[in-house]
Design a protein around this ligand. Structure first.
Ligand code: GDP
Ligand code: MG
Length: 155
């Protein structure tokens, strides 16, 4: 989960290894939940791609948020995805606050860490109070193996 346009669907597609989720530059394009099955080193788990959370009024925001909340209720583990290029936004901080009561179930991942500079930026996300941020690039695949190691360890 995470706000729109951080790369949730790109990561989902990389993890399930198929082009199933719709990836677009338009924020808020994934409205419904998308389900897939992942297999990492023989460990299988279900994964849900959610729409981007947004607490502003309008469009499909409240509908998306309730879909995300259903996904959260179903989930054993939450990957909270953020964006190293934008840094922590107000919306990230709001979502972070929402997730803090479930901190032990949350893995904080910082996407778009495509190079050393953006990987360094990922440390800033400690400030969300959700533990160690993991820098990844869903586009390049870097860091995704480490993320999945952690996921399968925690499941
Ligand atoms: P979502 O709204 O969170 O599902 O985000 P999408 O997966 O639809 O991606 C939004 C945009 O971010 C698209 O243009 C992606 O190509 C881009 N994107 C996703 N992952 C990465 C990444 O690792 N690095 C960079 N530079 N862009 C990415
Ligand atoms: Mg999406």
């Amino acid at each position: 989960m995470g706000r729109p346009n951080v790369g949730k669907s790109t990561l989902f597609n990389r993890i399930i290894g198929k082009r199933q989720a719709i990836v677009l530059d338009t924020p808020g394009v994934t409205r419904d939940r998308n389900y897939g099955v992942a297999d990492w080193n023989g460990k299988k788990f279900n994964i849900i791609d959610t729409g981007g959370m947004n607490f502003q009024k309008g469009d499909f925001n409240s509908e998306i948020n309730s879909q995300v909340e259903s996904a959260l209720a179903d989930a054993d583990l939450i990957i909270f995805l953020t964006d190293s290029k934008s840094g922590i936004t107000d919306l990230d901080a709001q979502i972070g606050k929402l997730l803090r009561p479930r901190k032990k179930d949350v893995i904080l991942a910082v996407n778009k860490a495509d190079n050393d500079m953006y990987r360094l930026n990922a440390y800033d996300f400690y400030n969300l109070g959700l533990g160690d941020p993991i820098a990844i690039s869903a586009n390049h695949g870097t860091g995704v193996g480490d993320l999945l190691d952690l996921v399968t360890k925690k499941l």
